[in-house]
Design a binder for this molecule. Structure first.
Ligand code: GUN
Length: 296
């Protein structure tokens, strides 16, 4: 029997509706709506598409949404000045500088300039450290969304062997931290695989939960899975497809049709992890607003 789909789009829609309700409750007691500022430098088409989705989701949830678009020639100092302005702006609860940045800008310098209490991406070293130490802080949106998908889909994580493929700062490392935390969505035994892993398939075949976040199209197929595994595909890869009007289609890091024959449950691409990332960005921004301007 082919794997059941984990419908990230539907789960994200439920979360977003819940967030919109909480925003309305805040406004009913005369609290300001949460505010998110998104900064986009340059003209990468994928980044423009992500930012459009984020801005639209903010508006639908009743947030104040500020979008700052600047050309690719923007200097690092100009971007740092924009961040300083947003740090000081009282209507802004969350700041997101869309990555990747043009090559002449050091992303670490920009991320470190964002006030940690407005860093809704969870990329600032202070928030990365808090996550590593088990302290409360902003958790990066994609890993947070993955845990939320597992919990809401009632996938048991306690004692499960979770194999993460990919060691990025944005997904691989933080999702491994979350899976090994104590509590719901955690308590897993975690293995992190990467380009230095000797026999990837030997590792992935042991996984009860496989998190594919390698950034390579369709690299995990059914032959690399344990029958009955739960597969979370974080990949967002554009591959050429002349049969589509736009000339490309999205595929994940997992070869979906092959994996579906072996796994018990699997997230589709698109419609799996992607919508959860946006829902968690709204969640982090709402939490920031509640911390900065509480209801009681
Ligand atoms: N580029 C791709 N994913 C992300 C993300 O989650 N946050 C930011 N800031 N940039 C990204």
């Amino acid at each position: 029997m082919p794997a059941e789909l984990i419908d990230g789009k539907a789960i994200a829609a439920t979360i977003r509706a819940d967030i919109a309700r909480q925003v309305a409750e805040r406004q009913a007691v005369l609290r300001r709506p949460p505010g998110l500022a998104v900064v986009l430098i340059g003209d990468d088409p994928a980044s423009h598409s992500y930012v459009r989705s984020k801005t639209q989701a903010c508006q639908e949830a009743g947030f104040v949404s500020i979008q700052i678009d600047r050309p690719a020639q923007t200097t690092q100092q100009e971007l740092l000045d924009i961040v300083d302005g947003l740090n000081a702006n009282p209507v802004v609860d969350g700041i997101l500088v869309q990555l990747p940045l043009p090559r002449h800008i050091d992303p670490d310098a920009v991320i470190e300039r964002i006030a940690p209490d407005k860093d809704v991406d969870g990329f600032h070293p202070v928030n990365v450290g808090r996550l590593a130490l088990g302290q409360s802080g902003f958790v990066p949106c994609t890993p947070k969304g993955i845990i939320e998908l597992l919990v809401r889909s009632q996938v048991p994580t306690r004692g499960a062997l979770a194999v993460v493929v990919g060691r990025s700062n944005i997904v691989g490392k933080p999702v491994a931290q979350l899976l090994m935390r104590k509590g719901p969505g955690g308590d897993a035994t975690v293995v992190v695989c990467h380009t230095g892993t000797r026999d990837l398939a030997a590792m992935t075949r042991q996984a009860d939960i496989l998190i594919a976040a390698a950034g390579q199209p369709e690299t995990i197929d059914g032959s690399m899975l344990k029958p009955g595994a739960v597969v979370i595909d974080v990949g967002v890869n554009r591959i050429a497809d002349a049969s589509r009007a736009r000339g490309w289609r999205l595929v994940g890091d997992v070869a979906f049709d092959s994996a579906r024959q072996v796994a018990a449950r699997i997230t589709p691409v698109p419609g799996g992890v992607g919508p959860m990332t946006i829902a968690m960005l709204l969640q982090n921004t709402l939490e920031s607003a509640q911390r900065r301007d509480p209801m009681e």
